[in-house]
Design a protein around this ligand. Sequence first.
Ligand code: PFF
Length: 458
Amino acid sequence: MSNNNTRENFGSKIGAILAAAGSAVGLGNIWRFPIETGQNGGAAFILIYIGCVILLGIPIMMSEFLIGRHTQANTAGAYRKLAPGTPWRWVGRLGVLSGFVILSYYSVVAGWTAEYTILAIGNAFEGKTTADFPAIFTEFVSNPWKSVFWMLAFMIITHVIVTRGVKSGIEKFSKLMMPVLFVILIILAICSVALPGASQGLEFLLKPDFSKITGSAILSAMGQAFFSLSLGLGCLCTYASYFNQETNIGKTALSVSLIDTFVAIMSGFIIFPAVFNAGYTLDSSDIGPSLLFITMPNVFGQAFGSIPALAYIVSVLFYFLLVLAALTSTISMHEVVTAYVSEEFAMSRRKAATLVTLSCSIVGVVCALSFGPFEGVKIFGMTIFDFFDYTASNFMLPIGGMLIAIFTGWYLDKKIVRDEITNNGTLRAPYLPLIIFILKYIAPIAIACILLGQIGIF
Ligand code: PFF
């Protein structure tokens, strides 16, 4: 059981915003968003994505925030407190399980970004041809030791930061690293937009062609909004349990969503002008999952090749940006599970974090090896890594998000909702009825459509 007397809080408003934004900003923005945008028609997809963030993302984020801050408990404890003796406690538990699963496989890709940062620092991409990059990547991921080593390294850094606690670990790291991340992002976007031929990339990002929008593009935009905003697994609920009573929930949700969307769009500005400049077409598989590790190192070499020092700096900064973005997200997933274990099983933070790190590492090793020795092990025709990714992002997060919306919209006492959003009547919140309407009707129906779409019914 949680003991609120010993619970830490974020020390400042900006610390709380940057920590939550750190959770949201991750590989989902710099890797998944450009891929989805590339595959779904560019600017029109981005507009629909922004619509999903406003219509679904912000209300569900506010819902996670108010549940967390009101209960000041881990996500499973929060539902137990608000709906004692009901099956609602399973919503929190599902979140903890999702956090565990996503952290395990996300750390594998996060580890790759660390390896590629080291490769970039060692100037390993210079002089390589287009044909070399797939081989470098395949050789790397199928090497069991390297993959496992980097996954474990990432898990250990995450562990160290989480163990230091909310204020001196998570908040301090986010306040230090998020500004660094923004600066790198802007430098890279300027470099890319200044490339000759960048206009084709800019046009792709800015000129909507709605004929490219299909039902499946809309479903992808909704799914991407969930993943990118870290919704549906109680991550933001856990962070909000460390908000103080002055934190403005509506403003914080708006700030986090704006930052997250800004980073995603900026990543588009980094990637597309450079990709077009290097002569890639978006129809090819270059904009698939291999984007960051096969296409981009090659793109940087080609686009900035006339000034090798610039190509070098851009590559190093790009992979370092990915490491930072991934790390602030792995910290948040680790915290969901650590807070749960520590509070529900009355364990010290250090002990709980160690248990989480050890168990996630074991699953992480299995995920890492699914690119090498375990490649042949298939679950429903997918490798272990793909199965976890598919199940978590396509089912666990949307189901979690839908249940959170239904819980706040239908079950939770509206006085609690009002008091939390208005800080006990001290803030104005004329938008509240609209938020409740969305949580009651629009979000559950829209998410049900995503889920039916996933299983091919809709
Ligand atoms: N939002 C993160 C990203 O965009 O990479 C991923 C993520 C983090 C998903 C935390 C869910 C979560 F709870």
